[in-house]
Design a protein around this ligand. Sequence first.
Ligand SMILES: [Zn+2]
Length: 231
Amino acid sequence: MKEVYLFKLKFSTPYGLRVGGSKEDINVLTPLKMDEYYVIPWSSWKGIFRRATEVLIADPHHFNGHEDDNVVDDGSLDELLKAKGLADKSNEKVKKERKKFIAMWNCPVERLYGSEYFASAVTFSDTLISSGINDRAHVVIDRKTKKAKERHLFREQIINVSSVSVKVIVRDRIGDWFKTLKFLSEVGTFIGGGKSRGIGYAMLDWKESEYAKVDALTRRAVFRPLGDFKL
Ligand SMILES: [Zn+2]
């Protein structure tokens, strides 16, 4: 069995947050809600972590979509390539696609979060929040006159929450994953909308977050502080 890690990650959110919900009234920015809870969907978490890893690796090949990376096609991934119908090395089109596959396989971003060829190695939970709302009124300022536009008032609902947690399963590339966590604990990120107003700023709380390596035999998970992990 491959190694599997579980994470309970806590983010501090000192200015509250809002992950956008449906627009029933165009003048009110409302948070996404499911039953009585506000929600940060797993897909939002995936986007947040993916962007962090992208910033961290800062690889121009990645941002070019790995179109013409200079990779070595040495046959070590032949089984995977064959399963994707990319076995025929004599076909120029297949050859090019093999290279793209290999480049993505070597890239921490695609390996962690998935690509057109293979699945993601990371699974995120939804986050449910039961907190109150701060309702703020904003005036839209006209860029030319610098004056408040008449009747251009919008309201913004911000979830009044000082920390949120997410559970994550990681099945591969644990080193790249921990580097991403370190980055999120040092630089932080934004969850949801209102970034220009500082809303949604989030920092991973390194001391309050935990990980567990799932034991291959007992399938038991013993959680430890992130700081205990040795890269
Ligand atoms: Zn990439």
